[in-house]
Design a protein around this ligand. Structure first.
Ligand code: HEM
Length: 183
């Protein structure tokens, strides 16, 4: 159901011709699955895919810090005015300051919570509504959620690699930002 990495024939216990056949089979399966699940909707398959790819792409420890830094770098590149507007308190001028890194980890922690329950609609909406309430008094312009999405869509492929399912991420992230920006 999910994209698989290709097997390197040199590492395989099988002879080269059967490994090559196996590689071809895997590519064919990946292609068929990609065609079968391609959709502009955030349906059950897309939700599971995003959840599975996030668990790979989010990684652990320092990798998470790097993802956060790359994400906010892209957000502030697109909307530099947001730094003074919203992130002075957490030292948004210095992405590497302890305060900003802690903020970045809080946001990724929130995102992790949301994506982990992507396949449970009731829980998902209750978490999203709580997050929306945490944001609604901060006067965040709605288009900033689009900026956040654009940044995530740039950063995640680096972390996930060629399996990154752009359509699934795009449609499922709209579900997240539609609720967060609904105030
Ligand atoms: C999926 C997207 C997002 C998630 C999951 C998320 C999550 C979070 C979380 C968990 C917090 C900490 C809440 C608290 O402890 O009170 C937070 C704070 C905050 N978020 Fe978001 N956020 C998202 C998008 C955004 C966007 C797009 C903006 C604006 C560009 C934004 C601006 C802020 C601000 C200004 C704070 C408070 C910073 C402070 O402590 O002074 N967030 N966010």
């Amino acid at each position: 159901m999910f994209c698989l990495e290709q097997v390197d024939a040199r590492d395989s216990p099988f002879d080269r011709s059967s490994s090559a056949a196996m590689n071809t089979l895997i590519v064919v399966i990946c292609t068929l699955v990609a065609v079968a699940t391609a959709s502009t909707e955030c349906g059950p398959l897309q939700r599971l895919k995003v959840k599975q790819q996030w668990s790979v792409g989010f990684g652990t420890a320092n990798h998470r810090i790097d993802i956060g830094t790359a994400l906010w770098r892209s957000i502030f590149h697109q909307a530099p005015q947001a730094i003074d507007q919203l992130f002075k308190r957490v030292e948004g001028h210095d992405l590497y300051s302890g305060k900003f890194q802690a903020h970045s980890m809080r946001v990724l922690g929130g995102l992790n919570m949301v994506i982990s329950v992507m396949d449970d609609d009731t829980l998902l909406h209750s978490i999203l509504e709580h997050l929306r309430d945490q944001h609604k008094d901060r006067a965040i312009p709605r288009n900033y959620f689009k900026v956040f999405k654009a940044a995530l869509m740039k950063v995640m492929p680096y972390s996930i690699g060629r399996c990154f399912d752009k359509e699934a991420w795009s449609s499922c992230f709209d579900v997240i930002t539609d609720t967060l920006g609904d105030y």
